[in-house]
Design a protein around this ligand. Structure first.
Ligand code: 13P
Length: 236
């Protein structure tokens, strides 16, 4: 399974390096074979000699150039980063990234062979508008995306569940994941208020191939427990 931590706008470089070291130490001491991904803040990227996959939360679709406030491929290359998160709801809804811009970014990093974690998910208004409208909205987030890309991972993260402590019911997650698996065979993660208390249940659902964790992942002991849960479930 894939267990991913989105550290968002938290941890300095020093804190991030300690975090990654601690997670790696745990994973190797327990011989855990799950795929573990960590997405640090941009300025906390570093050359991490680690078995943990370190990815960027964002980068512009460019090698370099005049895009104030953005980083490009050269900045990722500096740290041998080959993994990127695209389409996170905070970038779509707070930073205003459009589907068109995301597609451009997706294609740029796809052509470079990056592992892409592509996020989809509906805001509360769309969920309340009923299943049909909600699924149509999520479907529109697949527009222009190569759903057969071999290095693609999709994360379903309902916007209203992110950082709120609210989650869809397990039945809901299962049903939506089933529908999304019909759109793409890529590994499908669930994200949105995954905690150490509900991670096992979520990971047990069919068509859930892993989790993308925000706030709870800031606690190494919680995040490590989630990796261990995934390992236990796979042993069964
Ligand atoms: P929380 O786990 O804090 O809800 O955040 C989820 C998320 O946005 C992961 O990308």
């Amino acid at each position: 399974m894939i267990i991913a931590a989105n550290l968002k706008t938290n941890f300095t470089r020093e804190e991030t390096n300690l975090y990654i070291e601690e997670i790696e130490g745990f994973v190797s001491s327990k011989n855990l074979t799950q795929e573990v991904l960590v997405f640090p803040a941009m300025s906390s990227l570093d050359t991490n000699d680690t078995s943990i996959i370190v990815g960027a939360q964002n980068a512009y679709a460019t090698k370099d150039g005049a895009f104030t406030g953005e980083i490009g491929l050269v900045h990722l290359d500096e740290f041998a980063i080959k993994t990127i998160l695209i389409g996170h709801s905070e970038r779509r809804h707070i930073l205003g990234e459009t589907q068109e811009e995301l597609v451009k970014k997706f294609n740029y990093y796809k052509d470079l062979g990056f592992k892409i974690v592509y996020c989809v998910g509906e805001p509360l208004k769309k969920r309340e508008a009923g299943k049909h409208e909600m699924m149509e909205y999520i479907a529109s987030q697949y527009d222009g995306i190569d759903t057969e890309y071999e290095n693609l991972i999709i994360a379903y993260e309902p916007v209203w569940a992110i950082g709120t402590g609210l989650t869809p019911t397990l039945e809901d997650i299962q049903e939506i994941h089933k529908a999304l698996k019909e759109k793409s065979k890529a590994p499908l993660l669930y994200g949105g208020s995954v905690k150490v208390t509900n991670a096992k249940e979520v990971l047990s659902l069919s068509n859930v191939d892993g989790i993308l964790v925000g706030s709870a992942a800031l606690y190494t002991d919680h995040f490590c427990s989630m990796i261990e849960f995934a390992q236990e479930l796979q042993r069964k």
